[in-house]
Design a protein around this ligand. Structure first.
Ligand code: B4P
Length: 192
């Protein structure tokens, strides 16, 4: 069993690398961003509520995303669970504390947080490029800058939390997708 957090700034490639990691290690993929976007597309009440934050580059309130992740964990078939990738969660220290607690009471734990390290100019370029095709309400320059501010102020402290737990590993997130995946694989192999 391998429970992994893939962490990084907006556009650092969390979703991109998660797709490769889940295939190689046969893991469940819990992406709070994907779950919220599905709610937005389905125009549910939760989707409308979430979009009022996402379109401004703000975080969706902790209680909403924490509840979503708890439901996902409880929906797993325990006998067939090889592990989970948490992608884009936790994004605040509050979420990190809640995640560790909800795993503990279910006799589970996180093994590793992998940060994808990418400089700001590259992040902005990637997200603007994606914005040309994604149709996402948050891939425009103004919202990208707001997301990067939120990341600096609210999400960054999550790394110190996992450093203290001895579970933090940083990986350079620039280069080809395959090169980055190779770096991530090396870190995972040192852990399992
Ligand atoms: P997310 O869906 O998590 O969005 P992201 O940070 O933009 O994505 P990611 O880092 O996965 O980037 P990707 O691989 O796609 O969240 C969106 C919003 O939802 C948040 O801003 C927030 O409002 C809300 N939300 C989500 N989780 C939440 C939580 N826990 N709490 C509160 N609110 C929450 O890559 C980006 C682009 O780069 C892609 O176009 C990709 O093709 C490209 N790319 C990837 N790797 C590359 C490489 N090596 N070289 C060049 N380009 C690359």
């Amino acid at each position: 069993m391998l429970n992994l957090i893939i962490y990084g700034a907006p556009g650092s490639g969390k979703g991109t690398q998660s797709d490769l990691i889940i295939k190689k290690y046969n893991l469940n993929h819990f992406s709070t961003g994907d779950i919220l976007r599905k709610e937005i597309v389905d125009n549910t009440e939760l989707g409308q509520y979430a979009n009022s934050f996402i379109s401004k580059g703000q975080l969706v309130p902790d209680d909403v995303v924490i509840g979503m992740i708890a439901n996902k964990i409880d929906s797993l078939d325990k006998d067939k669970n090889n592990g989970i990738i948490f992608d884009g969660f936790p994004r605040t220290v509050n979420q990190a504390v809640a995640l560790e607690e909800m795993l503990k009471v279910r006799n589970l734990k996180t093994d590793l947080l992998i940060e994808l390290i990418v400089e700001e100019e590259e992040l902005i370029n990637r997200l603007l490029l994606r914005g040309q095709i994604s149709g996402r309400s948050d891939d425009n320059l103004e919202t990208i800058k707001a997301r990067l501010d939120v990341y600096e102020n609210q999400t960054k402290p999550v790394t110190a939390y996992y450093e203290k737990l001895g579970k933090y590993k940083g990986v350079q997130g620039t280069g080809s997708i395959e090169e980055i995946f190779e770096r991530i694989t090396q870190v995972i192999e040192q852990t399992i």
